[in-house]
Design a protein around this ligand. Structure first.
Ligand code: WT7
Length: 637
């Protein structure tokens, strides 16, 4: 495969960017023409951000798995599609060629059909990082079922919320998952979730850890038994279902500033076209390259840059089970050395945690195969950027700092590796098709350079969020109502004197903890469920490893006698309700919260105290009870 749409110079980038602004429909129509369609679209784009209503490649028919798999079989059928590296070093790695993957996907698509799954049905995938997870995703896509992958760290309550929200009747899970030194009890958590989800008809269980699990008659079945049935049927090839360009491909839940997580819905065609375009351009992927994205498939980074975009491009995707620091902090570099990885894509939080182990874990590892380094998920501090550049890239690999969101599905702002300039801590420039705008609080555009504002986008790109599952109004309110005729990202941003973009972090009540998005309201709701808690307020504070830590101010019905125990109990409740990733780092018991006369919590003040910036708290005269601030300052943990 070659990529006619791969941009090869900075000059060409500028030209292509302009071409896209001038004629976006011609531009994306040309790119889309390089994919396999059952029927060509009638019109490239219709859009109205007010509703919002965005449609790409109208009336086009396709199946994304024919683009990920079938079309590669003749030319690169024996090329590895996935290389899988298991958690433990004593277990052999596995390779799946395009032909093998195509076979497995078809087989499992048949399993899904045998179990009653039909086009449009939602299927929850709650699995570890085993190859069977992408196989199950692609099998869903093959038959037109909508997958909803839930990260293996979420709790039973979080799963139950998501199953109910999308009325999910089918689940694929594992007995457990290996993750570093821990075994995650996947099936047990699913069983707890299902107590409140009687509508779930079938649970297909893949055995990985051989943990003892309960299997309920007529509901739970074993993956391998179901595959054997398909083998007995003679492994018939499952033809791909013909999908409309706008049919949903998947739902992925993410946190917002209010309420429960929302199900971000992505389309089939627009998602495919944009994400593949971004993959080939940002990483400058060349046929034969080994691409190693360290994310979990439970997040958008894994969906797009482990599975769909890499396969659409006919690439080789390396996925691993486990953790960067287990069994030691040389894990990623061992994998790079062993598989001669060309592109590594990870998160600043992983880089920072590896930095803490010094250089010994890197010694003796051959990293000379690396060509491109990538980061994603949060702003990367300059120290981490330089460490990555010096010790991993040996100053010869471009670093791409890629900005995107669950809602954008693909990278929107990034340098193109070795093609457009990099700048430490800057995502730099938008990809073609991405029209960025900085606005002030009133929604007025801030023009010129060396300016900061809220980051918006004024024109749709093919992989933009289509709706939030079951609640379109929520999608409008969240992303399209803050500013007229613009998509609002929720991020603050600085544009430097040269027009390069630097993301400064969320401007809404969303935290970014180790690259994971967590809504403060969600954590507060969980804390408030703990016995004796009257009220709470959660803010972020700078955390050396995690980027942001979670700081909770909690009012109890009477000060707890054993504060330490009460803190641990509250943290446990949060882990139980949401998942361990939302566990507060610090809990301070307070007797009151700084509120305005109208009862609004002044989070600005709480944030400053959590950050340790006690001297300059700004104007506190509008507070109902200014005295409460001193008490909070004195009790800071
Ligand atoms: C939020 C999206 C995108 C995949 C993982 C997170 C922050 C993401 C960067 C970056 C600075 C970044 C933003 C964004 N973010 N990438 N390169 N530099 N900040 O996906 O959970 O949807 O979170 O992550 O704040 O809004 P997500």
């Amino acid at each position: 495969m070659s990529y006619p749409f791969q941009i090869k110079s900075y000059e060409q980038y500028k030209e292509v960017y302009k071409q896209n602004v001038d004629q976006p429909e011609e531009f994306w129509g040309d790119i889309a023409g390089q994919f396999v369609w059952r029927k060509k679209w009638d019109k490239v784009l219709e859009w109205d951000f007010k509703k919002p209503d965005v449609k790409w490649f109208i009336n086009g028919k396709l199946n994304i798995t024919e683009n990920c798999l079938d079309r590669h079989l003749d030319k690169i059928g024996d090329t590895p599609a996935f290389v899988w590296e298991p958690n433990g070093r004593d277990e052999a790695h596995k390779v799946f060629t395009y032909k093998e993957l195509h076979f497995k996907v078809s087989q499992f698509a048949h399993v899904l059909k045998n179990n009653g799954v039909k086009k449009g049905d939602r299927v929850c995938l709650y699995m570890g990082m085993v190859p069977e997870l992408p196989i199950a995703m692609l099998a869903c896509a093959r038959i037109g079922a909508i997958h909803s992958v839930i990260f293996g760290g979420f709790s039973a309550q979080s799963i139950s919320d998501r199953l109910q929200d999308a009325h999910v009747e089918y689940i694929v899970t594992g007995d457990g998952a290996f993750r570093g030194g821990k075994d995650i009890p996947l099936k047990n958590v699913i069983d707890d979730a299902l107590v409140t989800c009687p509508f779930v008809k079938r649970v297909i269980v893949y055995v990985r850890t051989q943990a003892p699990i309960s299997m309920i008659k007529d509901r739970d079945v074993w993956w391998t038994d179901e595959v054997k049935k398909v083998e007995a049927q003679g492994n018939p090839v499952v033809a791909a279902e013909e999908m409309d360009a706008e049919d949903p491909l998947f739902i992925l839940y993410t946190s917002g500033s209010t309420g429960k997580p929302k199900g971000v819905v992505h389309s089939s065609a627009g998602y495919m076209v944009y994400t593949t375009y971004s993959f080939v351009n940002v990483f400058q992927y060349e046929p034969g390259d080994i691409h190693f994205c360290t994310a979990d498939i439970g997040w958008i980074t894994g969906h797009t840059y482990i599975v769909y975009s890499v396969l659409c491009a006919g690439g080789t995707s390396l996925m691993y089970e486990g953790l960067p620091t287990w069994p030691d902090a040389g894990r990623l570099w061992d994998i790079v050395d062993k598989h001669k990885v060309n592109i590594i894509y990870t998160a600043p939080t992983a880089i920072r945690s590896l930095m803490a182990y010094g250089l010994t874990p890197i010694e003796g590892k051959d990293l000379s195969s690396l060509k491109v380094l990538g980061t994603v998920g949060e702003p990367i501090n300059e120290e981490a950027w330089h460490w990555y550049d010096e010790h991993i890239g040996k100053k010869r690999c471009p670093i791409v700092d890629t900005w995107f969101q669950t809602e954008t599905a693909g990278i929107l702002i990034s340098n193109l590796a070795g093609v457009t300039p990099a700048k430490p801590s800057y995502a730099t420039l938008p990809l073609p098709g991405i029209q960025l705008v900085l606005v002030d609080e009133q929604g007025k555009e801030i023009t010129g350079n060396d300016v900061s504002g809220n980051l918006c986008i004024r024109f749709p790109w093919p992989s933009i969020i289509r709706t939030t599952w079951g609640d379109h109004e929520r999608c409008r309110l969240n992303y399209f109502a803050t500013y007229d005729d613009m998509y609002f990202t929720g991020d603050g941003c600085y544009r430097d004197a040269d027009g390069f973009y630097r993301i400064t972090g969320r401007v809404d009540d969303v935290l970014n903890v180790s690259g994971h998005r967590i809504g403060t309201a969600e954590v507060e709701n969980a804390i408030n469920m703990h016995t004796g808690v009257l009220e709470s307020a959660v803010v972020g504070y700078p955390h050396e490893l995690k980027g942001q830590g979670i700081y909770a101010y909690v009012i109890m019905d009477g000060m707890p006698e054993n504060k330490q125990l009460a803190q641990a109990d509250i943290a446990q409740t949060v882990a139980r309700i949401i998942g361990p990733i939302a566990r507060p780092d610090k809990i301070q018991f307070v007797t009151g919260l700084p509120k305005t006369r109208s009862g609004k919590i002044m989070r600005r003040i709480l944030r400053k105290i959590a950050e340790g910036e006690m001297a300059n708290l700004g104007d506190t005269s509008t507070l109902l009870d200014p005295g409460v601030v001193n008490d909070i300052k004195d009790g800071r943990v």
